[in-house]
Design a protein around this ligand. Structure first.
Ligand code: ADP
Ligand code: MG
Length: 567
């Protein structure tokens, strides 16, 4: 090779960055070390934004939620073996949640791994990753980088979205190739997520089932939020008067305050509905598997989903509609229009009576909480709800048991995809990673509403929030425990669920130059929360509530096996 040619040579790392940027992927969330440090440096030099985290799962969570918010795969970066394994939890989670993500991990040279010769952080990552993601790919030759990225993007976003693992052996990162040898050259994908139209039979069948309903109910899931189907859903409800129930991350697709929301009459709506129309929502544990007594045993199901093997996962589906939600909803809407279908007014009245009674009960609880001497969940959450009513563009991330459950009911969302939470696994430890990416991707302020236990999983990411000066306000609702802080079994040890109720979590922000607040009353909460939000700065508000507040496992205590506990 002459010197000219050598200067033009490109490394595998550079080709990977070119391919990501050519496809509009400009942000990367990661944690560097051997063998990907220079790769991240080069990404910054070439104009990508690289966000460095303190633990890989938080970085991969951030990339996953970036994918959910943008419909483009989020990009995450980890080092090999332990870094990869830390990230794997979040890769699996993103795949369960149907969030598009590409997790790139540096790895060892194949020959050392394949002969099990023992390498620094050596692990057969490519094969380990496979069961935890939609698909895994390994790039063994730098010249394949364009195709590798194309395959990763298309797999992540097309059909049911999910996580993709891209294994990047150290020798591919550094391998130099002449751009002429890169065949095909780096290129932008054409239509990475093609529309998938449902069959006309499926639409006719669904319209027929809905037409026959006396008590129809729409259930909106986070698949509908991901698909950005808000316009179609709003039109459907306007046109047909269908009452709707949003799953937690689907809140805001239609504003929570809208007249057709059945959220405040959830139990009645589920129990009584004779036709349930699932839009991007699975009949999994969160919907009691569609079974009685939560659901009417004779209910018929219409299910709209991109993924055909989701149908009949738990209940017989009378009208399966396979297709992308935008196309499916538009066709169902015009089908229903043609029949002049309207929801029975008596059903809406029945729901409204229940709804108004429950709304009154909630209002009384909130009013009581404001004057109660002991600060509890309602006293903490009321000012947050009021803030969101006035500032609907703000993003809310939430996790914890009681904090999550009570906040889901109390805090209304007006805009789609503005509530991000523990998702399909109901998992803790996603909060700060999601909050960081929400701030980065949208430029909007974010509230991360955390139980004290949930905050513990990724609290060190407060440093990340402060380092990038993100407008994230973390609220730790501290009752000193998992579920609550008073459950001691034996005298000489804290109980398994106990944490430190006197902890001053707010000092963590102070350590990194953020603003710290400690709150103990409902009045203070209102004043301090508004003050913190107005600053636009990284804030941590530690709210000490009564350690006796909080139910075991929040609203899902029924999932806990009960033992006869005695010595
Ligand atoms: P929730 O937890 O809110 O009930 P789930 O995650 O259980 O929602 O369900 C989301 C569903 O949406 C998944 O079954 C997924 O296949 C589906 N989905 C995701 N994106 C699309 C899309 N663009 N079109 C149709 N269905 C989609
Ligand atoms: Mg707690």
């Amino acid at each position: 090779v002459n010197i000219m040619a050598e200067n033009e040579m490109k490394s595998g790392a550079e080709l990977l960055i070119d391919a990501l940027q050519t496809n509009g992927l400009e942000n990367m969330y990661g944690l560097v070390g051997i063998p990907v440090t220079d790769f991240a440096r080069l990404a910054q030099l070439k104009g990508m934004k690289y966000f460095g985290f303190r633990r890989e799962d938080a970085a991969v969570d951030a990339a996953a939620i970036a994918g959910y918010l943008t419909q483009k795969p989020g990009v995450a970066l980890t080092v090999s073996a332990p870094g990869f394994l830390n990230g794997l939890t979040a890769l699996a989670q993103a795949t369960k949640n149907c969030f598009p993500l590409i997790m790139i991990s540096g790895s060892s040279e194949r020959h050392i791994i394949d002969l099990d010769q023992g390498d620094y952080e050596g692990l057969d990552q490519y094969n380990v990753a496979k069961p935890f993601c939609k698909k895994a790919y390994r790039v063994d030759r730098a010249e394949d980088m364009g195709l590798a990225v194309a395959r990763a993007i298309r797999t992540a976003v097309s059909g049911r979205p999910g996580g993709v693992y891209l294994d990047l052996p150290a020798d591919t990162i550094g391998q130099l190739v002449s751009p002429d040898a890169v065949q095909p050259a780096i290129y932008p994908l054409v239509d990475p997520d093609p529309a998938q139209l449902p069959s006309s039979n499926a639409i006719t069948r669904a319209v027929d089932v809905i037409k026959g309903a006396k008590k129809p109910l729409l259930i909106l899931g986070k698949g509908a939020a991901y698909a950005q189907a808000e316009k179609q859903l709003q039109a459907l409800v306007q046109q047909t008067d269908l009452p709707f129930l949003p799953m937690s991350m689907a809140k805001g697709l239609i504003p929570d305050g809208e007249a057709h929301s059945a959220a405040a009459a959830r139990s009645l709506a589920l129990k009584e509905a004779d036709v349930v129309i699932l839009v991007g929502a699975r009949l999994n544990w969160m919907l009691s598997h569609g079974a009685a007594p939560t659901f009417n045993a004779d209910a018929k199901f219409v299910q709209l989903d991109i993924c055909a093997d989701e149908f009949d996962s738990n209940q017989p589906i009378a009208a399966p509609v396979q297709g992308d939600l935008i196309s499916s909803l538009e066709l169902i809407l015009s089908g229903l229009q043609a029949t002049n279908f309207k929801t029975d007014a008596a059903w809406l009245t029945e729901l409204n009576i229940k709804k108004n009674a429950n709304i009154e009960k909630m209002a009384k609880r909130v009013a009581d909480a404001k004057v109660n001497d002991k600060l509890g969940y309602y006293g903490v959450l009321a000012p947050i709800n009021e803030y969101f009513a006035a500032h609907p563009e703000t993003y809310l991330v939430s996790e914890g048991a009681n904090t999550l459950d009570i906040g889901r009911n109390m805090i209304d969302m007006k805009l789609p995809r503005h509530r991000l939470d523990t998702g399909t696994w109901g998992v803790m430890g996603i909060g700060l990673g999601y909050a960081i990416a929400a701030a980065v991707e949208t430029g909007q302020p974010v509230v991360a509403l955390e139980g004290d236990s949930a905050f513990g999983f990724d609290g060190m990411e407060m440093e990340t929030i402060c380092r990038y000066q993100l407008p994230v306000t973390v609220v730790v609702v501290n009752n000193g425990g998992i579920y609550n802080g008073t459950d001691r079994q034996v005298a000489d040890q804290p109980g398994p669920t106990m944490l430190d109720a006197k902890a001053h979590y707010e000092k963590i922000a102070e350590a990194f130059g953020g603003d710290s607040y400690f709150v103990t009353t409902a009045d203070e909460m209102e004043r301090i929360f508004n003050q913190a939000m107005a600053s636009g700065r990284p804030n941590l508000i530690n709210v000490a509530i009564d350690p006796a507040m909080g139910k075991e496992s929040g609203h899902i205590g029924n999932l806990n096996p009960k033992l006869a506990l005695k010595k």
